[in-house]
Design a protein around this ligand. Structure first.
Ligand code: GLP
Length: 242
């Protein structure tokens, strides 16, 4: 794995966006795995900037998002679809038919997971997967557990995850209890994984994920086995790495 530590959030965002943009320049038809959460917001902003300056095009790109809340309308202000639309989809030249995100409103959620897996399979290997990191080591919504699922699945969100995400909702009770998440297999099979982590509050989990034992109780620790993992951290998140 290659770890890069940045002094400022701005530097991290710019470096991650350039890395992502470079992928699109080398391979315009890249399959991109995209993440949500507060961490990649600035990266998407910089990517949009590269697009506006004519340096990056998403016209041939295919995107797959990691996850979506279940039982939340896609137009709810906190759905991941709304997030992606605000920060990326409607700001770049992605073709609507090339955008993939689980449908949390599907009447049969199990069916939806299978449909998403088929779409992933048809697209082939993900070229570049962007990841954030949950405080409990989750990636996407693959929560710590005795076992991890390879494919897309329905997941009961852990209480600490719901609490962490409550800051985006008007009340903690409003945070959905269930989500659909891409499984661990397409993430680990991605050609390149770019893990982005900011803030001292994540220092302990960064150290567990990157330097601790490889265990399903810390899903991000499985990334240690990835042959092409790039980690971009700010100094706060890197604090406990020796
Ligand atoms: C959410 C998302 C993850 C994200 C994580 C961290 O629950 N499902 O994909 O990486 O939380 O979010 P943040 O960047 O806001 O700390």
């Amino acid at each position: 794995m290659r770890i890069r530590v940045f002094e400022t959030e701005d530097q991290l965002n710019k470096a991650a966006a350039l890395f992502h943009g470079g992928q699109l320049q080398r391979k315009p038809e890249s399959v991109l795995g995209l993440a949500t959460g507060s961490t990649p917001v600035g990266v998407y902003r910089e990517l949009v900037e590269l697009h506006v300056r004519g340096l990056v095009s998403f016209q041939e790109a295919i995107t797959f998002n990691l996850d979506e809340y279940a039982g939340l309308s896609k137009h709810h202000p906190q759905s991941y679809f709304t997030y992606m639309n605000q920060h990326l989809y409607r700001r770049v030249d992605l073709r609507p038919e090339n955008i993939h995100i689980p449908n949390g409103e599907a009447s049969d959620l199990q069916d939806e997971c299978e449909r998403y897996d088929r779409q992933l399979k048809n697209a082939g290997q993900i070229d570049l997967q962007i990841l954030g990191l949950g405080h409990n080591g989750h990636i996407g919504f693959n929560e710590p557990d005795l076992t991890l699922a390879a494919g897309t699945h329905l997941v009961g969100l852990h209480e600490d995850t719901r609490k962490a995400n409550a800051r985006f909702f008007s009340s903690p009770g409003e945070v959905p209890a269930l989500a659909i998440t891409m499984g661990i297999a397409p993430i680990l099979q991605a050609k390149t994984v770019l893990l982005l982590v900011r803030g001292e509050d994540k220092a302990a989990i960064v150290s567990r994920a990157l330097a601790g034992p490889i265990t399903t109780q810390c899903p991000a620790s499985l990334l240690q086995t990835h042959p092409n993992l790039i980690v971009m951290l700010d100094t706060g998140a890197a604090r406990e790495l020796v």
